[in-house]
Write a protein that binds this ligand. Structure first.
Ligand code: AMP
Length: 292
């Protein structure tokens, strides 16, 4: 599974990324974390980024694109990843498209955590207070002044990505104002709906029911609803009709909602029903004729 988490600072991207990586066995690629590590190690990149980060500005595109390109080549990213904090600008998104194309990697979805901006300041203040209480080091850019700047930069530079990915039919929006647990559940649900996690579930079904004679119908059913291969999960999701299921109020599955074309089963069902109806009418006519 390859995802991008999109949302303003304080939207809960880091928290949700952590939960997703544990559940799906993938890695979190956070440019913010990587840059903080570079600053701590005082590498040339860290030295360049330090002042920019402290003031709430954005590190130059070429630096973050380089970091991400190298990170995607590491073996642990091969199983899947969540990009957190990258891309943050349209040129970064375009560069990512190029990188993924070159590396033959396909992005499954971009999940936007939509939050009420007025709640963000409160959230960050709570996070800072909790970190202080635990004796943890607080991020230098987690102050109300810097946060205001980071929010402004999100609005002008990062928010256009919502349109960018929506146009490319990749955007899924989740209400980030729900509880952490609810947001996680919602993300997992929509990932299932688009087929991004279906392959795994299908594999479990297939493993549970080995291809014995008696299990034939079940196996056939599983292979019908499951993607034909992990490489074509979306096609399978469309075919299974699952992606067409309406999502809850707080969630849009963007343009990914599958076409409303009836499934074969539905078509077959309606055919059966019309055949039955026709049969009944024929019987009635015969009865009437007999009476006459
Ligand atoms: P984050 O942890 O994602 O909030 O990032 C912390 C800081 O790192 C940001 O305020 C930026 O200064 C810098 N940063 C992280 N990711 C990027 C990016 N994709 N492009 C530019 N700067 C970034």
């Amino acid at each position: 599974m390859r995802l991008i988490l999109l949302g303003p600072p304080g939207a809960g991207k880091g928290t949700q990324a952590q939960r997703l990586i544990h559940r799906h066995g993938i890695v979190q690629l956070s440019t913010g974390e990587m840059l903080r590590a570079a600053v701590a190690a005082q590498t040339p990149v860290g030295i360049k980024a330090q002042g920019i980060m402290a003031s709430g500005g954005l590190v130059p595109d070429e630096i973050v694109i380089g970091i991400i390109s190298d990170r995607l080549d590491q073996p642990d990213a091969a199983k899947g990843f969540i990009l957190d904090g990258f891309p943050r600008t349209v040129p970064q998104a375009a560069a990512l498209d190029e990188l993924l194309k070159k590396k033959h990697i396909k992005l499954d979805a971009v999940i936007e955590l939509r939050v009420n901006e007025s709640a963000l300041l409160q959230r960050v203040e709570t996070r800072v207070a909790e970190m202080r209480a635990r004796g943890e080091e607080v991020r230098i850019d987690d102050t109300p002044e810097v946060l205001t700047k980071r929010l402004a930069s999100y609005r002008s530079l990062t928010e256009p990505l919502i349109h960018y990915y929506s146009e490319r039919r990749k955007l899924l929006t989740v209400d980030g104002m729900m509880t952490i647990e609810h947001v996680t559940r919602e993300i997992n649900r929509i990932l299932g709906a688009i087929g991004a996690v279906e392959a795994k579930a299908a594999l479990k079904v297939a493993k549970a029911k080995p291809a014995a004679k008696a299990a034939k119908p079940a196996v056939r059913k599983a292979s019908k609803s499951a993607p034909r291969s992990a490489a074509a999960p979306k096609k399978a999701a469309k075919a299974s009709g699952k992606a067409g299921k309406p999502v809850s109020k707080g969630t849009k599955i963007g343009t990914k909602t599958a076409a409303k074309k009836p499934s074969r089963k539905q078509v077959a069902g309606s055919r059966t029903r019309s055949a039955l109806k026709a049969g009944k009418t024929a019987k009635k006519v015969t009865k009437k004729r007999a009476k006459a």
